[in-house]
Design a protein around this ligand. Structure first.
Ligand SMILES: [Fe+2]
Length: 154
């Protein structure tokens, strides 16, 4: 475990909250790509990105509500999402090629998967099977999504 981060000792709840922050940013980023994607893959990717942001939104809500149910406080402002997200965003000034968008998303989903794996470990240690189950489902989804995006890249 790297102790260099400013946050307190990682717990299932702090890690799930980090997922909330990442999903808050990812949701916006997927919209950006949905709007700006260009080229011969437009129809495929425009639709795919919409599917992904809808799925991201469901998980965002599910994880935040799980924290509430546990008596915790999920982040709930854009400023908090940006502060605590590990994935970043950028204004769309210059064209991002469609393949680059997909590559960026593969990296983002891998980052989110790392947080999810760490969260699963903590949920196991803390004997919180409900959260653990949600996280394992999400990890399965992430594995599949990463595989599909990579298959697109060839
Ligand atoms: Fe749309």
């Amino acid at each position: 475990m790297t102790a260099s981060h400013t946050e307190q000792q990682a717990t299932t709840s702090t890690m799930v909250n980090q997922l909330v922050a990442n999903l808050g940013v990812l949701h916006v980023k997927l919209h950006q790509y949905h709007w700006y994607v260009q080229g011969p893959q437009f129809f495929t990717l425009h639709e795919k990105f919409e599917e992904l942001y809808n799925e991201a939104n469901l998980k965002f809500d599910e994880f935040a509500e799980r924290l509430i149910a546990k008596g915790e406080k999920p982040y709930s402002t854009l400023a908090e999402y940006l502060e605590h997200s590990l994935i970043d965003e950028e204004p769309y000034y210059n064209k991002i090629p469609a393949e680059q968008m997909v590559e960026n998303l593969v990296n983002d989903y891998r980052t989110i998967r790392d947080v999810t794996v760490k969260s699963i470990e903590l949920a196991t240690q803390e004997e919180d099977p409900v959260t653990e189950d949600m996280l394992i489902n999400y990890k399965n989804y992430l594995d599949q999504t990463i595989w599909m995006l990579q298959a697109f890249l060839g």
